[in-house]
Design a protein around this ligand. Structure first.
Ligand code: GDG
Length: 471
């Protein structure tokens, strides 16, 4: 196998397996932001991507798709249950999102997590060239940096954490808290979404491991040296703006936006929520606030419609099954109380849509509701802003998202404060066009200047800098 200068390691490969009616198998590049961000980097050098193909018990040899070498990591059905649904999505995910849902701690899940992380690390080590670079992504693979370093000290290692890192008081719950910190510290550069995430991580390192921390640099003790320097700081991720700008300008997409409005009975204002159906996204809080505004007669279904796209997610994890029941009950109650033959209070869609349709929805939406209780970044907020080339529309944005650090001209909300949220929804619905324009211009400037390309370039520049300074 040829060796790669640059290896990305992520839980998922950037492709989806499609099987035709004739049973023929092919791979379609998934439209995710990470692929787009890394494409220029992967094509500039000999690159490889290590990840799971998304299906249990599938044995696959490395293959090429769109000029990128893909190295599949096999997971058994039990590993999917214990490493992925269990430790990743039912232990780390809720713990790192401030225990909105209770994290489950199971020793078998941890054992599977260690085993699977080792498999990813070994695949990365096999793929990477002498003195090459490995870039590890996200909370499913926090042990990989240290494992790669132990096997291959010649390699430069980056790690990017897409979700929040919790305050020390919460992080300390994790029975394997020291092992995870050591795992991450195998990297040369550890990237977080917000400065606050980096601060929490550095506090945990100081308090748990007692390593020296100065500003954003940790000195990791190493035998026979003065120690290894690890940089931990914020690199806020963004979107690939190009496809959003192009789609927003396309006549058929604009026509579709008008058609959506028509189909909803031409309401004066359309409110929109777009999320994976996840308890971190504050969907219940948003529905509650909106329902109360209808109950109190401060909004009317003749005037306003709320569209909620909740794309199916992690449907085998209990907390997600309960969440779906709760949300669907709340939606049905509100619609039952307020719908008329011509107007619906909430148009709820538990479905995934093609990107064209998402952009048409963004264009149709007068108010975008992003009310996450905790969110690493929230790309939906940035996508909405990118598509609004008419400088109209209002973004209501939770202060608990990473995006809130950058998108200062949004209407900021604390989603736990239902009265405050209701007031903010009314402010957004009634905002005069001139103020919409003033805010949206500033939001767009930020997103267009800080796109995903700028993000990956700045992370990789930091990585190069650290590796150049290495003895
Ligand atoms: C994690 C962190 C961080 C959603 N439904 C459909 C669809 N989507 C797309 C959105 C957006 C993406 O999925 C979701 O990204 P978010 O950032 O909003 O949230 P997470 O999935 O939780 O992502 C998050 C992110 O990683 C990146 O670091 O920002 O904080 O939790 O792009 O548009 N896309 C299509 N159909 C759908 O139905 N086509």
């Amino acid at each position: 196998m040829p060796s790669a200068e640059f290896v990305v390691v992520a839980n998922r490969l950037p492709v989806d397996r499609v099987v035709s009616a004739e049973g023929e198998e092919s791979w379609r590049t998934s439209p995710g932001g990470l692929v787009a961000a890394l494409e220029p980097v992967m094509h500039g050098v000999e690159g490889a991507w290590v990840g799971w193909a998304g299906q249990a018990d599938l044995d696959l040899a490395p293959f090429e798709a769109d000029g990128i070498r893909l190295v599949p990591v096999r997971l058994s059905a039990l590993e999917v249950e214990e490493y992925y649904e269990g430790f990743s999505n039912d232990t780390i995910w809720p713990l790192y999102h401030d225990v909105i849902s209770s994290p489950q701690y199971h020793r078998e899940w941890w054992d599977a997590y260690v085993r699977v992380n080792r498999r990813f690390a070994e695949a990365a080590v096999d793929a990477v060239a002498d003195g090459g670079t490995v870039w590890v992504h996200d909370y499913q693979l926090q042990l990989v940096p240290q494992m790669v370093r132990e096997l291959r000290p010649d390699v430069t290692i980056g790690y990017f954490h897409h979700i929040p890192f919790p305050a020390h008081g919460l992080y300390a719950q994790l029975p394997w808290r020291d092992q995870v910190l050591r795992g991450l510290l195998g990297a040369d550069v550890i990237g977080f979404q917000r400065a606050q995430d980096a601060t929490y991580f550095l506090t945990a390192v100081r308090r748990r491991l007692r390593y020296e921390v100065r500003a954003t640099v940790v000195t990791v003790p190493e035998d026979g040296t003065a120690g290894r320097r690890v940089v931990a700081r914020a690199f806020p991720i963004s979107i690939n703006t190009q496809p959003y700008l192009e789609l927003a300008a396309r006549p058929d997409v604009r026509a579709r936006a008008a058609e959506i409005r028509e189909g909803l009975g031409n309401p004066r204002k359309i409110l929109l929520g777009v999320d994976r159906l996840d308890y971190t996204k504050g969907i219940r809080h948003r529905i509650k606030a909106y329902g109360e505004l209808l109950d109190q007669g401060r909004l009317s279904v003749e005037d306003v419609t709320f569209v909620q796209v909740a794309s199916p997610s992690r449907e085998r994890v209990d907390a997600y099954v309960h969440l779906r029941d709760e949300i669907e009950l709340a939606v049905a109650r509100i619609n039952g109380n307020h719908d008329t033959m011509d107007h619906t209070a909430i148009r709820y869609l538990h479905q995934g849509f093609p990107r064209e349709e998402m952009v048409a929805l963004y264009l149709a939406a007068d108010v975008m509701l992003v009310t996450a209780l905790r969110d690493g970044m929230n790309l939906v907020a940035k996508e909405y802003v990118a598509t609004r080339d008419d400088n109209r529309g209002v973004l209501v944005l939770s202060e608990f998202t990473g995006a809130a650090d950058e998108l200062r001209q949004a209407v900021r909300v604390n989603p736990h404060d239902i009265e405050g949220l209701k007031e903010s929804i009314l402010v957004a619905v009634n905002m005069p066009p001139a103020e919409q324009g003033r805010r949206m211009r500033s939001l767009r400037k930020r997103v267009l200047e800080h796109d995903v390309d700028a993000w990956s370039r700045s992370f990789l520049a930091a990585l190069r800098q650290v590796s150049a300074a290495r003895p």
